[in-house]
Design a protein. Sequence first.
Length: 482
Amino acid sequence: MPLWLLVVVMPLYFAPSAKDPFRLPKLMLAEWLAIASLLPLAWALRRVETVRWQDLWRQPAIRGLLPLAALAAASLATTSHPLHVREGLADLWIGAACLAGWSMALPAGRLERLLGSLLWPAAALAVIGIAQFLGFHPLPVAAALGGARYSITATAGNAGDLAAFLVLPCLIAQWRLARGGSGESARATAAPATGAAGGGAPAAARAAGDRADRRGLIWPAAALALGTGVMALTQTFAALVALLAGSLVLWAGALRPGAAGRRRLWLALAALALAVVGVVAAVPGLRSRAMVKANQARQGDWNAVLTGRFDGWRAALWMLGEHPWTGVGQGAYRAEFAPAKLALLDRGVAFHSGQQQNFANAHDEPLEVAADLGFPGLLALGWALAVVVPAARARRPPATAAADPGVSRQSGAGAGDPGVAPPGAGLAPRQERAAAAFAMAGLVALSVLCLVDFPLRVALVAYPALLFLAWALRPAAAAAAA
């Protein structure tokens, strides 16, 4: 239950009376629900007679995140901002515990259902955003200043947060479209049983599966249309580029190999191109903003193209230069930005954001890790990526592993593992390809966001991302446990 609340309720929650009515309340609610979701998993460990360190080290989430978490904890001894570090450590440890616990203990089917349920709050936020675009403000908060795009926030409180949150649900909707709805698995399961019953039964099963497919595609298609439409209204290019890159990877991997698959891939790419052109043409604000960015790029003002992100990146590099081995401390970038900016202004660096603007985040996850934890932090981040990303990229659907005797012997998967389907419960090849493609697409989209934003430091985006990573790591975690 806490996990369902985390997925469905947390994105919709905000506290109008709070000073920060969106990010902080969502973070507090998400962390309490995340901790509550881990309690039943921890209670289930009482059935395990012995827990060996080497068994834990085999888990990709633990092996990847432990060095980074240890370095972050050590920064408490070297930082001059202990309060910021304590707050940052709590956020980091809770997130790391969630990724490890969910990937190790939750069945793959439940993780997939939780990911699918993200479409409901995403659609709700999209509807609220459309109402705000049309001039209706159903939420009891003051309208944001600074232009029309800043008022399209729904319950996210920030247009960029809203767009970043919608990236993963839009990819989930495309994943459901790519795998063909619920009828595909029904046909794959029913075909062996009906084959012996005569020619009419398989035909009836196929017809029933086709009808189920058509019905199952309506909801993800509607959620995708709502999500992409609101992302366009927010005019957030970072999220749009992340969604486009993830969509390209998803459809390139999900379509059947061979000549027919290549034709369908070109059709999918053409459809994506037409969708991009149509969205830009249909949203005047997005078209105007794209033209402004193009003019800035022609003039060579790349800091303006990136909306002043060079300011945050330069400050992070300054912090890394001043504290190369210890960093400023986990979560202390905000406190060190002002000294960094003053030092850079003394050197004659021109800031796009002006004299008064303060960056709470570096708008680049690797650079913020470098500022917080120094070069050792960058090495620990590289180690985490080297462990987690290949495990997620090598994700094979559980049914494929169970159906392949060689893979089953290597992974130790069996009927007792809730994350691995038993023999005979195979998914259709189309679904297998779609699942593997979605795993890669999600990694690509999150990577794009992490390079130009700070998605893992905003609860609205971070916890769905952790849920996705837990799903992607689940087969590797099950193999390590076996």
